[in-house]
Design a protein around this ligand. Structure first.
Ligand code: ADP
Ligand code: MG
Length: 223
């Protein structure tokens, strides 16, 4: 069974003459142990796809399943719990809390989700791999774009989810850092059996993917 499945997903915004169709009959599967890449230009529907895949937005039609659980059959609280325990987001807006230091971003995860997170040793190793071990006392406002991005990646991985959904995770990174992040996502899939889904226009990530989809004007095809 795939870790994540979208079947015949459509997404429209607005009504009547203002209606825009952003996703058309999207079919997608992500397997545990694999990196699934979705490549498309700006405005093609990548972020909409990813937020629907993770249950942040609901589709206009079609079905999203996490393993065999259909998201639209889950009520609010059950859906939140599933998201917290199973899905890690690396979002474009980075979702760091501005008034918390880097190390407190992780402490906050512990408060919201007390169990199943990385051990202190595992977190230290992750921060070291990402080259941000020396930034734990800094605040988000003191970080560069690339540093912020790497902290956001670490924060999403810290909660040790089965499924990791990443929106343009390398947009602010130079080529060496892209390789580090691509390799890290690849290793997480292979060594820790995660299902990794990355949406991007960054072709540099292709070498780390097991499966690549293309998205154009809201239509997805297996490349
Ligand atoms: P990408 O991430 O590939 O750049 P998005 O999923 O952000 O694409 O957006 C795809 C299209 O959907 C764009 O044309 C965007 O303007 C439109 N769109 C996204 N969200 C909304 C919304 N809430 N209301 C209306 N249009 C939206
Ligand atoms: Mg986007």
């Amino acid at each position: 069974m795939p870790a994540l499945t979208l079947e015949h997903v459509n997404k429209k915004f607005g009504h009547a003459t203002n209606e825009v169709t952003v996703l058309t009959d999207v079919n997608f599967e992500a397997e545990a142990g694999q990196v699934s890449l979705v490549i498309g230009p700006s405005g093609s529907g990548k972020s909409t796809f990813l937020t629907i895949a993770g249950g942040i937005q609901t589709p206009t039609a079609g079905e999203v399943r996490v393993e065999d659980q259909s998201l639209d059959q889950l009520a609010g609280k059950a859906r939140d719990a599933m998201r917290l325990n199973k899905i890690g987001f690396i979002l474009q807006a980075y979702n760091l809390i501005p008034y918390l230091s880097v190390k407190d971003q992780f402490a906050l995860v512990d408060r919201v989700k007390p169990q199943g997170n990385l051990t202190p040793a595992e977190l230290a190793k992750l921060l070291d791999q990402l080259g941000i071990a020396n930034l734990t006392n800094q605040y988000p406002g003191e970080l560069s774009g690339g540093q912020t991005q790497r902290v956001a990646i670490a924060r999403a991985l810290y909660q040790n989810p089965d499924i990791i959904l990443a929106d343009e995770p390398t947009a602010a990174l130079d080529s060496d850092r892209v390789k580090v992040v691509g390799q890290l996502l690849h290793d997480l899939a292979k060594q820790h059996h995660k299902a990794i889904v990355v949406v991007t226009h960054d072709l540099r990530l292709q070498e780390f993917a097991d499966k690549t989809y293309a998205i154009m004007d809201g239509k997805m095809t297996l490349a």
